[in-house]
Design a protein around this ligand. Structure first.
Ligand code: MG
Length: 204
């Protein structure tokens, strides 16, 4: 399986990272399968960064193989939503941006993608207006709503499928809202999709 992810998909977050333009096409990167962290297992801080930051994101699960999928038919290719954290070594990312280099090392390292269980989309109601939030040590630090995405899920699925064949079980991280920040050892992260607690794990 593969993990695809969208960058700069919420305007207020883009501003906080001083990336003010609205992208004209989705900004896409990948994380390898070894980035997956499941079942609320603890996240161990890596030794190559002093600024690992959380980014809570809605994650879509692909349910059918597809290529060159039109936006209109995109809903047929995903069946469930969950939450994930796109852990990012921000110090390395800053360096790579300055150098114009790729992002894999700062975004795709081992366990950089904690992912929750998935909820069938029929159970979630209006997918175009799902709220989600992240609590860090009991305080809400990020709040988002899928209605604020610059590129919605159908547009993302359609766009990435021009380049990559999507396969059953692939995951797509759909971007983070405003409020990203660093984690430290001992932190507890809890992620909610609507009112459901989906993630609850610690940083060690
Ligand atoms: Mg992200």
């Amino acid at each position: 399986m593969k993990i695809l992810a969208v960058g700069w998909n919420y305007l207020e977050h883009n501003k906080e990272l001083e990336h003010r333009e609205v992208p004209s096409e989705p900004v896409i990167f990948m994380k390898p399968e070894t980035a997956l962290l499941r079942e609320n297992k603890p996240f161990f801080l890596p030794d190559f960064s002093t600024d690992v930051q959380y980014e809570l994101e809605v994650v879509v699960r692909i349910s059918k193989m597809g290529k060159n999928i039109s936006e209109k038919f995109a809903p047929r290719y995903y069946d469930a939503y969950g939450l994930g954290v796109d852990f990012t070594a921000r110090d390395l990312q800053r360096k790579f941006k300055e150098q114009g280099g790729p992002w894999e090392l700062c975004k795709g390292f081992d366990n950089s993608a904690p992912v929750s269980e998935f909820i069938p989309k029929e159970e979630l109601g209006d997918l175009s207006s799902l709220s989600f939030h992240l609590d860090l040590n009991g305080t809400t630090v990020q709040r988002g709503n899928t209605k604020d995405m610059i590129f919605n899920v159908d547009a993302i699925v359609s766009y990435v499928s021009r380049f990559f064949t999507l396969k059953t079980g692939d995951l797509i991280f759909t971007g983070t809202p405003v409020g990203v920040g660093p984690v430290k050892i001992g932190d507890r992260l809890e992620g909610y999709l609507e009112d459901r607690k989906m993630l609850d794990f610690r940083v060690e």
